[in-house]
Design a protein around this ligand. Structure first.
Ligand SMILES: Cc1cc2nc3c(=O)[nH]c(=O)nc-3n(C[C@H](O)[C@H](O)[C@H](O)COP(=O)(O)O)c2cc1C
Length: 422
């Protein structure tokens, strides 16, 4: 989608691109009977500035995962939601780092181009936003205040940043000042806090709203919780009750019924899904059905999964400008997720990890039994990262005060990373 002068962008469009190789299958209750229709859950459209999101279901940004090939797969299955690109480091974008620029690419079929920026320095992040606006590069900008990775938090970024309320407010304000006049809504993605002794989400949500964010997404874990345990959805309900702008709930949606449960339990305006769709872009089809009140769920055979793998590989070759080797290397982690739970032996998995070309991928897919189905016990179960942080890494003395001193800012801004992502 490109920017237009239209007042409102409605992401509902016509025509789907490409082929969706997984056939929907009506899920049964295990005894051969049809599953009961779930209680309908109302999820009205969400307005983000001039963007209307008819079904507020979000592909949560994931570094190394949500580049356009994966987003396209999810969006083809999914509802008219938001499919967010992985975080791009503001400083790398300002430096026109080629890897950062690649992460900012969108497929022509993407209805809303959602980009996520990560920065610590408000001035550099505003410069990155200026590049996005002047280059007509995106329709929506999300700001990353949720990353728990030590490399990020030890520089005061990601989920460490909302602790410093002055810096947090200034960063949002500066980005909104650049994006708002261009009609580009800005949203913020936050965690509950650094740990339970240092919670920030209610204050951060209010600040984000005051500074002009169109919505806030809460991943209901602290930095210390990293990806361990279960996220505390009650926090999403608390934030929803405290804010006027829409709140997207995030954390531990492994199947479409979890999404319904989160909306029911928290009253959130939309849901964001990360790990649950790793190796399962068709989860978005389930989400579409679930929010339309249908019990229909996707239950692909291994043959259908292989069709998705092969298509994903080809999209990645386009993403890497024809470099098959880079594409197939990127595909490896996805293949591990795609095959998770299928009765596929270690030697086959290893063979996929050694693929160097599309022909290799096709050959390995051809060796699998296409009729096998995923055992239902693994269908909607946790996948991807699932551990607690060993330790939270923060800049020296970070927790001593809620605001930054000039010396602290100088140290932080000099340390702003140049890598495109993490
Ligand atoms: C591999 C991976 C990469 C991630 N990268 C980002 C990122 O770039 N930006 C961001 O805001 N969150 C990132 N996240 C966090 C997810 O967007 C999401 O908030 C988190 O996984 C919790 O949601 P889930 O339980 O549905 O996975 C990442 C998570 C994972 C597992």
């Amino acid at each position: 989608m490109t920017n237009s002068d239209e007042d409102v962008i409605d992401v509902r469009g016509d025509g789907r691109v490409g082929e969706n190789p997984c056939s929907p299958v009506r899920r049964t209750d295990g005894d051969g009977g049809e599953a009961a229709a779930p209680e309908p859950v109302a999820l009205p459209p969400v307005r983000l500035g001039r963007i209307t999101v008819p079904t507020p279901v979000v592909l949560s940004p994931m570094a190394g995962v949500t580049n356009w090939p994966f987003r396209v797969l999810c969006e083809e299955y999914g509802p008219d939601g938001l499919y967010v690109a992985e975080m791009v480091t503001a400083r790398a974008l300002v430096a026109r780092n080629p890897k950062a620029l690649r992460l900012c690419r969108f497929a022509p079929t993407e209805r809303v181009r959602s980009l996520q920026l990560y920065g610590v320095n408000p001035s550099i992040t505003a410069q990155a936003a200026r590049i996005v606006v002047d280059g007509g590069m995106a329709d929506h900008v999300d700001l990353n205040f949720g990353c728990p990775v030590p490399k990020v938090t030890r520089r005061g970024g990601g989920s460490a940043l909302p602790w410093k309320t002055d810096l947090f407010a200034e960063l949002i304000r500066r980005v909104v000042e650049v994006c708002e006049p261009a009609g580009i809504p800005v949203t913020a993605k936050i965690r509950v806090g650094i740990d339970h002794g240092h919670e920030t989400f209610l204050e951060a949500g209010r600040i984000a709203q005051e500074e002009g964010c169109a919505a806030v997404t809460l991943h209901a874990r602290t930095t210390a919780e990293y990806y361990g345990g279960h996220s505390d959805w009650s926090r999403i309900g608390e934030l929803k009750a405290a804010l006027d702008v829409p709140v997207f709930g995030n954390g531990d949606i492994w199947g479409a019924d979890d999404a319904l449960a989160m909306v029911r339990q928290t009253g959130c305006d939309g849901v964001a899904i990360g790990r649950g769709c790793q190796g399962r872009p068709w989860l978005f089809a389930d989400l579409k059905h679930a929010f339309a009140g249908s019990p229909e769920r996707t239950d692909p055979t291994l043959g259908e999964v292989c069709a998705v793998i092969r298509r994903h590989a080809r999209l990645l070759v386009e993403f890497y400008d024809g470099d098959e080797r880079m594409a197939v290397h990127d595909l490896r982690k996805h293949v591990a997720w795609y095959l998770k739970g299928f009765p596929v032996g270690g030697s086959t998995r290893k063979a996929f990890m050694e693929c160097e070309s599309l022909a290799d991928v096709d050959r390995e897919c051809g060796r699998l039994d296409p009729s096998v189905r995923l055992p239902s016990r693994v269908a909607d179960k946790p996948r991807g990262r699932v551990r607690f942080a060993k330790k939270v890494h923060l800049p020296y003395g970070w927790l001593d005060s809620r605001t930054t001193t000039p010396a602290e800012r100088e140290a932080l801004f000099g340390d702003d990373p140049m890598d495109a992502s993490y």
